[in-house]
Design a protein. Structure first.
Length: 280
């Protein structure tokens, strides 16, 4: 399956309101099955709108003007019912607490399955399996409100994983979490990507985590793709990123300051920077 295309976006332009600038402007992008893609961009760059266009909320449940075509695992997201899309694409948003509505963790996870019409007797094993996958085994009866931020976000991920999606879109999933919670969520996403083969897309403004985990990074600015490449290739363009108001990882900054210019091998993590400096 590796190498096949999971998501194909062709000429996508979306504008929320007449007369305003497009939130997304002529986006063309192919995302491979099993890829871990990072999306970087300032507030308002279009990251969330891009995620919503992948699960069909844009344009189906959003007023606006839509052009182009988005195909996800063979499904046209402008016509496949959003409920149906949820079987293929799971979306997790930034504020876990806000996503919690139920009394117990099990009910929280079961909610999406109810919406899909999964028979009641099939739910407990799927709920328990999803909780175990996110590192919350036996948490069925726990109150979501009593969990840490990192645990809540992992519970939100369990809720979408129970629907067995092939694609996971995380929209700034750790912006409300402490460092430990951030680590928990990114380690989980890495495991789902590497071990279970999920296609993972993460919108994030912290460059360090994308540098450490992403296969490729897309940089959005005012609704347009302005850069795309491996973390080394993208972060090599530190000056251009700075003009867009974006940072590069400290490791890359150090290497660029020391005259590093080999885009393929520029370090993007501290570990790689140490090796890079030693090899000079
Ligand atoms: N529901 C909405 N109604 C009108 N405009 C919106 C709405 N959501 C987002 N926008 C606008 O679309 C653009 C892209 O926003 P968004 O996709 O939320 O970017 P990001 O997630 O990168 O912050 C921004 O200009 C934003 O103001
Ligand atoms: Mg957003």
């Amino acid at each position: 399956m590796a190498g096949e295309i999971a998501i194909k976006i062709e000429g996508l332009t979306f504008t929320y309101a007449a007369g305003s600038k497009p939130a997304l402007s002529d986006i063309n992008l192919e995302i491979k099955r099993g890829e871990y893609l990072g999306i970087m961009g300032l507030n308002g760059a279009g990251k969330t709108t891009l995620g919503l266009s992948i699960n069909g909320i844009v344009p189906q449940s959003t007023m606006g003007f839509y052009e182009g075509k988005v195909t996800v695992e063979g499904l046209d997201t402008s016509t496949t019912p959003v409920r149906e899309m949820a079987r293929t694409v799971g979306i997790v948003f930034d504020n876990p607490e806000f996503q919690m509505s139920q009394v117990s963790a099990a009910e929280e996870v079961a909610l999406g399955l109810e919406n899909l019409g999964v028979p009641t007797e099939e739910m407990p094993p799927r709920v328990s399996a999803a909780l175990a996958t996110v590192g919350l085994p036996g948490f069925e009866e726990r109150s979501p409100m009593g969990l840490s931020g990192g645990q809540q976000q992992r519970l939100a991920i369990a809720s979408v994983l129970a629907m067995h999606p092939r694609i996971l879109f995380m929209d700034e999933p750790t912006s409300n979490l402490d460092p430990i919670g951030k680590e928990e969520v990114f380690e989980l996403a890495r495991k789902l990507n590497r071990e279970d083969g999920l296609t993972v897309i993460v919108a994030e403004h912290e460059c360090e985590v994308l540098a450490a985990y992403a296969d490729r990074i897309v940089v959005l600015d005012q609704g347009k793709i302005v850069m795309i490449g491996t973390p080394s290739e993208v972060f090599a363009r530190g000056d251009e990123l700075a003009k867009l108001g974006l940072r590069v990882p400290q490791a890359t900054e150090l290497a660029l300051d020391l005259g590093g210019s080999d885009k393929k091998n520029l370090p993007v993590t501290t570990e790689a920077a140490v090796k890079w400096v030693e090899a000079r």
